[in-house]
Design a protein around this ligand. Structure first.
Ligand SMILES: Cc1cc2nc3c(=O)[nH]c(=O)nc-3n(C[C@H](O)[C@H](O)[C@H](O)COP(=O)(O)O)c2cc1C
Length: 328
């Protein structure tokens, strides 16, 4: 068997498959199942900044919410009543006492407010790292892009002042200067960048004339967007990349690693096809490494990144041309 281990954010992973933050990673029962299924690491369900601020301030102003998941509102109201912060810390402690793979805590945040101090509690509970899911929907016409961008830096820098464990940022592709932003994020000292978060998207029910939710889960084709940016950024930025969105099978894992990701994060496929998909993915990865004579993941990670690929321009090609797509 090939050595599937990888290093991500300075953490040793037995293989590159990370269970992404989702409702599936919110209970010890599931965490143990994900561990048994063979995951390399687990990112816990996100705490929301507002939850933490509420617990700290005991105030909660619903009108100021601005979250990408509609479930956020319910989640926040419900769980704050359940003494959720202590529950979250207990989940970290319990997980760390039962499994020997990295447990990464996650916080969904949009500002560097009081909640920042809670990062230290997460570290003290034994989390191996903190993933910060940061997204401010650029929908306010009064706010310029640099005002949004500044918030990311304030959050990253203030959290890193609180903790010594590695910190990563999980971002979206909503940046006009994505490469420059990713570079600057990596210069802050974060150890990982997760490309990309996938958001809840609205839909419209044309019979009921109502706004609804849909496309909760990704499709395999969505992986292509991530693949391009992993390849374009992996040689340039000064931290590790974990690829996320649309990774549904072992072939997709291999592609992201070839493009330069150190690890991948999966959620939709676990919801749709079960935790056993993790073992199927690692099996595919192992068989492929054997077939190609790669003894370790380091032997091929980044082999087809922008810098290493024979034909890097393919990553920058954006227009359909018959010559490349085969379609008129
Ligand atoms: C039901 C559901 C809940 C999620 N909750 C969170 C969350 O709390 N925090 C977060 O950073 N990402 C969350 N995500 C996003 C996933 O972590 C992941 O980045 C995204 O689904 C793309 O990966 P996939 O294509 O494998 O699903 C959630 C996704 C789903 C489907």
């Amino acid at each position: 068997m090939a050595d599937l281990s990888t290093s991500y954010m300075g953490l040793k992973l037995r293989n590159p498959i990370i269970a992404a933050s989702s409702g599936l990673t919110n209970s010890l029962e599931n965490i143990l199942k994900i561990y048994d299924a063979g995951a390399g690491a687990i990112v816990l369900k996100s705490l929301f900044e507002e939850q933490i601020n509420f617990a700290i301030n005991k105030t909660f102003n619903q009108s100021e919410n601005n979250y990408s998941y509609p479930e956020a509102q319910d989640y926040i109201s419900h769980y704050t009543r359940e003494n959720d912060l202590e529950r979250y810390l207990k989940l970290i402690r319990d997980a760390k006492s039962r499994i020997d793979i990295p447990v990464i805590a996650s916080i969904n945040c949009i500002s560097s407010s009081e909640w920042i101090t809670f990062a230290k509690n997460i570290q003290d509970a034994g989390a191996d790292a903190i993933e910060l899911t940061i997204f401010i929907l650029p929908s306010d016409p009064r706010r310029k892009s640099d005002q949004h961008e500044q918030v990311y830096f304030e959050i990253l820098q203030s959290v890193m002042k609180q903790v010594n464990i590695p910190v990563s940022a999980k971002i979206s592709y909503y940046f006009s200067g994505l490469t420059n932003m990713a570079l600057q994020f990596s210069w802050t000292g974060i150890k990982g960048l997760v490309l990309f978060n996938r958001f809840f998207s609205p839909d419209i029910d044309i019979d009921k004339l109502e706004i609804t939710s849909s496309h909760v889960f990704s499709t395999p084709g969505e992986m292509a967007l991530t693949l391009r940016w992993v390849a374009l950024l992996s040689d340039k930025i000064q931290c590790d990349i974990a690829a996320s969105t649309g990774i549904h099978n072992g072939e997709a894992v291999i592609k992201q690693l070839l493009a330069g990701a150190k690890a991948v994060q999966v959620a939709s496929v676990l919801y749709q096809a079960g935790f056993e998909q993790i073992g199927i993915m690692t099996g595919t990865l192992d068989a492929w490494m054997e077939k190609h004579g790669f003894a370790t993941t380091n032997d091929f990670i980044g082999k087809l990144s922008y810098k290493e690929a024979e034909n890097p321009a393919a990553y920058e090609r954006v227009q359909f041309m018959k010559h490349f797509s085969g379609i008129e």
